[in-house]
Design a protein around this ligand. Structure first.
Ligand SMILES: [Zn+2]
Length: 131
């Protein structure tokens, strides 16, 4: 499957999404700085602060992962391999691409991979960032 004009729409969507994630990441960072300035030097607040930090880091990890997925998808558009399942090399349905434009796998393969992960198998890097 070669680069068709229809991929321009997905590229647009992906770039917009990446922009949105980056913006939300820097907004969170700014909020974190403000929160720190507001923290009274009271020992009782420490555990709460750690908890918030953990959520922040976790949230950031998800965003970073999503950004990477998006940039991988943009590369696949460049290489003309976008919209093809990386596992079975069948075309990924338009419905799925519309829902998850950075999808690497067709629904069937994604479900199989998810089942393997659920079964406790470590599948490196195969888990899809989703929201
Ligand atoms: Zn597949």
């Amino acid at each position: 499957m070669k680069n068709g004009p229809k991929f321009a729409i997905y590229r647009n969507t992906l770039e917009k999404k990446a922009e949105e994630v980056r913006r939300s990441m820097s907004a969170q960072k700014a909020a974190q700085v403000v929160a720190r300035l507001d923290i009274p030097s009271d020992e009782g607040d420490l555990s709460q602060q750690h908890h918030e930090e953990w959520i922040f880091l976790n949230r950031n990890t998800i965003d970073m992962k999503l950004l990477r997925e998006i940039s991988d998808a943009l590369q696949r558009i460049e290489h003309g391999t976008y919209g093809v399942c990386l596992e079975c090399e069948e075309p990924i349905s338009v419905k799925r691409l519309d829902a998850v434009p950075w999808a690497r796998y067709c629904v069937k393969c994604q479900e199989e991979i998810a089942a393997r992960i659920a079964a406790g198998e470590t599948v490196d890097d195969y888990q899809e960032a989703d929201r």
